[in-house]
Ligand binder design. Sequence first.
Ligand SMILES: Cc1ncc(COP(=O)(O)O)c(C=O)c1O
Length: 364
Amino acid sequence: MAVKFLDLHKQYLSIKTEIDNAIFSVIQKSAFVGGEEVEAFEKEFSSFIGEGVEALGVGNGTDALEIAIRALELPKDSVVLVPANTFVASAEAVINNGLKVKFVDCGEDYSLDIVDLKDKITSDVRALVVVHLYGIPANMEEILALAREYDLRVIEDCAQAHGARFNGQRVGSFGDVATFSFYPGKNLGAYGDGGMLVSKDSSLLEHCREIAHHGGLEKYQHNIVGRNSRLDAMQAAILRVKLRYLEVWNARRKEVAQMYFEGLSNRDFILPKVANNRECVWHLFVVRCVNRAAVIELLNQARIQIGLHYPIALPNTPAFCKKPYVIQSQCKNASAWQDKILSLPMGEHLENDEVKDIIEVLRC
Ligand SMILES: Cc1ncc(COP(=O)(O)O)c(C=O)c1O
């Protein structure tokens, strides 16, 4: 028995003809950067997210975050709240814009803990990054209420949550601006790097476009000092094919999650908690273990691949611990859970028998 954490080759084989045709057609047209594939994907992705939303393809999810934060033009020395447990890019983007980070602890939904979030809002806090981590939508009702009360800008990092819904509304349509990653292993992944910015605010998105396209909206127009960040046509063509399968693949992830819930309840695991008004897309299925080392050993012996997301909470990493650009703050759950969290195999590639095997090993 060997169970893969992720199987991109199997996914490719299931849609091979369409993908091969999409790639071939880009080569035939030889329009490699910008052009109709990128524009069509931007339109299709924005209508997938919701009404009134526009989208801009960029190089990757990290660029998307950096550009989004820059476009907000927050005052110098602003502090931005970022979850303590997330991928490093959510915090890097703040620092790389010359701003300060204050970490907020995670709650049972692994996103911003609402009580800690409120405690950490001070007069220098101007924005927050909310990450729909593991595909679980954050509590947008309470987060937006706090943002309104304290006049904070909201950046949604949706890198792990393509298609997730809060109160029936897709994530990416709540904040001032949202960012997506199409890193290959994501629920919607490219065959290389890719990212997207999404917003209902056309002028903000236009400013993002200016930043991403060397400071102008036309070639050789440089109104500001910008940068280069583009989604290329080959990736867009691939993503257009894969977007058509996203809902089916997300539904399969949901079935796998359901099997884990049924098979692992009443065991020594704390299973994810998803409130009824949230539709999770199960980018990852993360449990907390009493004795993680022993569980990993069992899974290794059975050749079942696992992951840790993330092995060290950001405030405890050398890049962020006791740094002048980080406002010191306690994040008890994130620090305690970094040694307990374990990501089980998750994805549409899993067969029922493989999920049953994993459950059987974990029930030993
Ligand atoms: C939560 C989160 N934010 C941002 C990113 C960065 O995306 P990318 O790898 O496309 O730069 C990732 C990707 O791993 C992520 O998981």
